[in-house]
Design a protein around this ligand. Structure first.
Ligand code: ASP
Length: 316
């Protein structure tokens, strides 16, 4: 997200509008990437991101192959580089890469002439998550004004008050979202215990960082909750889950402090009862499933921009 910029984000969102429309068709499929092959290489657990990319590729009529270190020759001792080069030699046009280490997708891009999409690298970035979050926010803002997202740009992001709550330190989602939202002119506040904020906010284009969630909620337009990244050791940074929830969980009482128009987002997977109360997860203003649906359209846009023709074909 750091180098995409406001115009790049707007271009992806504009194209994804076309694919939101495709998803509503009886047969939600277009031939745009027929003959192209997309390989998903996920070395960390994933449900929505992997299925979302694979669904996006199939809806564009691309062929999809997928592999993971445990089920591939990496488990036999082959290096990631040799594996990538082997798969690339089979004629893959795009690798979608998730890895526990920051920078691996960039490394893969240096080993192959194929396109590479970062599907989440360690604590670093999760760019398509940020794009689908922007698409969802834009949709909600447009609807609030009685308009369709495709008839709007990104001007409504200017001054939008976004509060990102939780395990910011270990969150690639927070990093990508902060860069995307700041590029579009939103004002982002981080809320976390001091132990879960990055040691320095240099390079984080945010308006403020605080540990007082209750104080920030009434001035929030978008409340974005993060999961505690226990697989990255986050559990050691809070006294207990119960105490974390007491200070930073979006309980029903806290959700009532939000302005009536405020929307609640979460990248998933949600841990009900920890960062979000079960009843808050099910509120109409919680747009989690809408984020998931937009994820497919946004990833179709990303794959199309990388692999497609110059122009969106008339039948797309
Ligand atoms: N699904 C997101 C990610 O892969 C968020 C999370 O796992 O908490 O980063």
């Amino acid at each position: 997200m750091q180098d995409l910029g406001a115009d790049g984000i707007a271009a992806v969102l504009r194209l994804s509008d076309r694919f939101v429309e495709v998803a509503q068709r009886a047969i939600p499929k277009v031939p745009a990437l027929r003959g192209r092959t997309v390989a998903t290489l996920f070395s960390e657990t994933s449900t929505r991101t992997r299925l979302s990319f694979e669904t996006a590729a199939r809806r564009l009529s691309a062929d999809v192959v997928s592999f993971s270190p445990t089920g591939s020759s990496i488990a036999k001792g082959e290096s990631l580089r040799d594996t990538v080069e082997t798969v690339a030699a089979m004629g893959v046009d795009c690798f979608v890469v998730r890895h526990a280490c920051a920078g691996v997708p960039a490394q893969v891009a240096g080993w192959t002439g194929a396109s590479v999409v970062n599907a989440g690298d360690g604590w670093h970035e999760h760019p398509t998550q940020a794009l689908l979050d922007c698409a969802t926010i834009r949709q909600v803002l447009a609807e609030r004004d009685g308009r369709r997202a495709e008839d709007t740009g990104t001007e409504a992001f200017a001054g939008l008050r976004v509060t990102i709550v939780g395990d910011v330190a270990h969150s690639r989602v927070a990093r990508s979202d902060v860069h995307a939202l700041a590029a579009l002119g939103a004002s982002v506040t981080l809320v976390a215990p001091g132990s879960l904020l990055p040691p320095s906010l240099a390079g984080w284009p945010v308006a403020a960082a605080t540990s007082d969630l209750d104080a920030v909620l009434p001035d929030t337009d978008v409340c974005y909750l993060l999961r505690l990244q226990t697989e990255r050791g986050a559990g050691a940074f809070v006294p207990s889950l119960r105490e974390y929830t007491a200070g930073f969980g979006l309980t029903a009482r806290r959700a009532d402090r939000l302005p009536e128009h405020a929307v609640i987002l979460h990248p998933g997977p949600m841990v009900r009862g920890v960062e979000i109360a079960a009843e808050v997860a099910d509120l109409p203003r919680t747009a989690v499933l809408r984020q998931v649906a937009n994820g497919v359209a946004v990833r179709m846009a990303v794959l199309f921009l990388l692999l497609g023709a110059e122009e969106v074909p008339a039948d797309a």
